[in-house]
Design a protein around this ligand. Structure first.
Ligand code: THU
Length: 129
């Protein structure tokens, strides 16, 4: 799967976002080692703290289907800036991958690529306790 294909899946997933409060529609597409892709969108809640990000929806869908080995995640939101994963999503992704590739896209179609270790260096992990 090309970066562009994965990014398109993230963009399509953003169309399912439930974001009546922020109106910020986010989509994510998570590629597993076996080539399977799980998508997610943000799902907001009137109790704002109960909102769930697109990345974690995709990850939790994947883990709940037996996947734990991840290669790449693409994140898309309509906006001028690249859509970066929030701190909580970085931590949750890090639970399953030291160094997956993270593609962050913006509305114009451009994207930037990072390693998870760049986005969350010196992470707190199981080994720390
Ligand atoms: N959001 C995501 O889904 N992923 C991100 O990486 C950043 C933020 C969502 C959460 C909330 O629904 C909205 O974007 C505004 O924060």
């Amino acid at each position: 799967m090309t970066d562009r294909e994965l990014l398109n899946m993230a963009k399509n997933a953003s169309e399912q976002a439930y974001a009546p409060y922020s109106r910020f529609l986010v989509g994510a597409a998570l590629e597993c080692a076996d080539g399977t892709v799980f998508t997610g969108c943000n799902v907001e809640n009137g109790a704002l703290g109960a909102t769930m990000c697109a990345e974690r929806v995709a990850l939790f869908k994947a883990v709940s289907e037996g996947q734990k080995d991840f290669i790449r995640i693409a994140i898309y939101a309509e906006g001028d800036d690249y859509c970066m994963p929030c701190g909580t999503c970085r931590q949750v992704l890090r639970e399953f991958s030291t160094d997956m590739e993270v593609l962050c896209a913006r509305a114009s179609g451009g994207y930037v690529s990072y390693r998870l270790s760049e986005l969350l260096p010196h992470a707190f992990t199981f080994g720390n306790f």
